[in-house]
Design a protein around this ligand. Structure first.
Ligand SMILES: *Cc1c(COP(=O)(O)O)cnc(C)c1O
Length: 411
């Protein structure tokens, strides 16, 4: 996309050209090279500042340049970066305890650390299959997933991702997957049979267009799972870690999963994910030899996770999200009511979507970027707002100003 540049003397061109020459072209990147960050602001190689309402896709919850976080990583780099899972390490033990406590998944629950969200999904699927296999080694164990879902790009995660476009070229995918409609309990029930071992869904659908689960739907699915000993897998990779006003979004619903996946903001920028099994599942699922990873749970990644949980507590991040959410909602509602090209808002906490009509959503995202605001899209027609969780009312006001300017230019 080098040709869409706006600068006459643009320092980013050599980096963009080098990237396009050597990196496989699987992304149409925006023509910006970021170099540094401070709080909720990013700076590019031309010295231009951007207000960040994307947070590296819902990752950088604590904001950029958080001193305590950076120091924790630096100290761990000097102490020990990697050991493998053949040995114990200090940050792993601490990160696991904090994750299990934050999850509130109860007595006997256990965590497994991965390097990404996708791998957390892979592990969750394997754990569910193993749980079912322990009950019946002959069974052809099936998983029910949701249309418009997103769980990742590996073959297993892609197989439960309800997006035909992403799946098309990669068939045959993993077998034994059926799809139902999110927030439509009858459609889920219709896919259940004696082989069903798990139902997987995002508590709040992210990439699909920011759709929160309907409380009654989630409660009904939970009851169905209890009745038939089907495992409920809730993917909290995007909506978890405080973003929706609870440490994990399902905690707002009072409906607990048997297996939870987390990633994105879990390490606030260090690549790390995890899946957590509740006591019932952990007691009858993966055992030594069933699953593994070289990097997963390594000291550097776990030092990040451990510090993130500490800082969430010290800075009262979840409370802040709860406090600031009404202001973001009000601001977006106001925009929706004033611009004909914006038709609705939906979301939970600091995971909000605004539906766009008449103009391609990508056009708004590109134009906003030129005006110094990073926002994302989701689905085919939704503007996605997933800022760092430390944003203030002033940041929201600034976002609004830039968005108004952008809309007045293009609509
Ligand atoms: C981003 C995401 C994933 C995949 O995580 P990666 O870290 O990109 O592998 C899975 N599920 C959801 C809900 C996500 O938002």
């Amino acid at each position: 996309m080098c040709d869409t540049n706006t600068y006459s003397n643009d320092n980013s061109i050599p980096y963009m050209e080098q990237t396009e020459k050597y990196v496989l072209h699987t992304y149409n990147r925006f023509p910006v090279v970021f170099e540094s960050g401070d709080g909720v602001k990013l700076k590019d190689v031309n010295g231009k500042e951007y207000l960040d309402f994307g947070a590296g896709i819902a990752v950088f919850a604590l904001g950029y340049g958080c001193r305590e976080y950076n120091d924790a990583l630096k100290n761990q780099v000097d102490a020990l970066i990697h050991t493998s899972n053949l040995f114990y390490n200090i940050p792993l033990s601490q990160a696991a305890e904090k994750l299990i406590q934050a999850s509130g998944m109860g007595e006997g629950s256990r965590a497994f650390f991965t390097n990404s969200g996708t791998e957390a999904i892979e592990g969750a699927l394997k754990a569910a299959r193993k749980y079912a296999w322990n009950k019946n080694p002959q069974g052809d164990h099936e998983i029910i997933a949701m249309h418009q879902s997103f769980h990742g790009r590996s073959i297993g995660a892609l197989s439960v991702t309800g997006n035909a476009h992403y799946q098309e070229a990669f068939r045959p995918l993993m077998g034994g997957v059926r799809f139902a409609s999110f927030n439509d309990f009858e459609s889920v029930k219709a896919q259940v049979n004696e082989n069903t071992c798990a139902i997987i869904m995002e508590t709040v659908q992210g990439e699909g267009g920011i759709y929160p689960a309907d409380p009654q739907f989630l409660r009904s699915v939970r009851a169905l799972c209890d009745e038939k000993d089907i495992l409920l897998i809730l993917d909290e990779i995007q909506c978890g870690m405080g973003r929706c006003g609870a440490m994990y979004a399902w905690q707002e619903y009072g409906v607990a999963p048997d297996i939870m996946t987390t990633a994105k903001a879990l390490g606030c920028g260090i690549p790390v994910g995890a899946f957590v099994l509740n006591g019932k599942t952990a007691g009858s699922s993966l055992v030594p030899g069933d699953h593994g990873t070289t990097y997963g749970g390594n000291p550097l990644a776990c030092a990040a996770v451990s510090k993130v949980f500490d800082l969430f507590e010290e800075k009262k991040i979840v409370e802040h999200v709860k406090e600031i959410t009404p202001y973001l909602e009000k601001t977006l509602d106001d925009l929706v009511s004033r611009y004909d090209c914006l038709s609705a808002r939906r979301g939970m906490g600091l995971m909000q979507g605004v539906v766009v009509k008449d103009i391609p959503v990508g056009k708004i995202v590109s134009a906003a970027l030129k005006n110094g605001l990073v926002i994302l899209s989701a689905g085919s027609d939704v503007l996605r707002f997933v800022p760092p969780l430390v944003i203030t009312e002033r940041d929201i006001d600034e976002m609004k100003q830039i968005l108004e300017k952008t809309l007045s230019e293009i609509y």
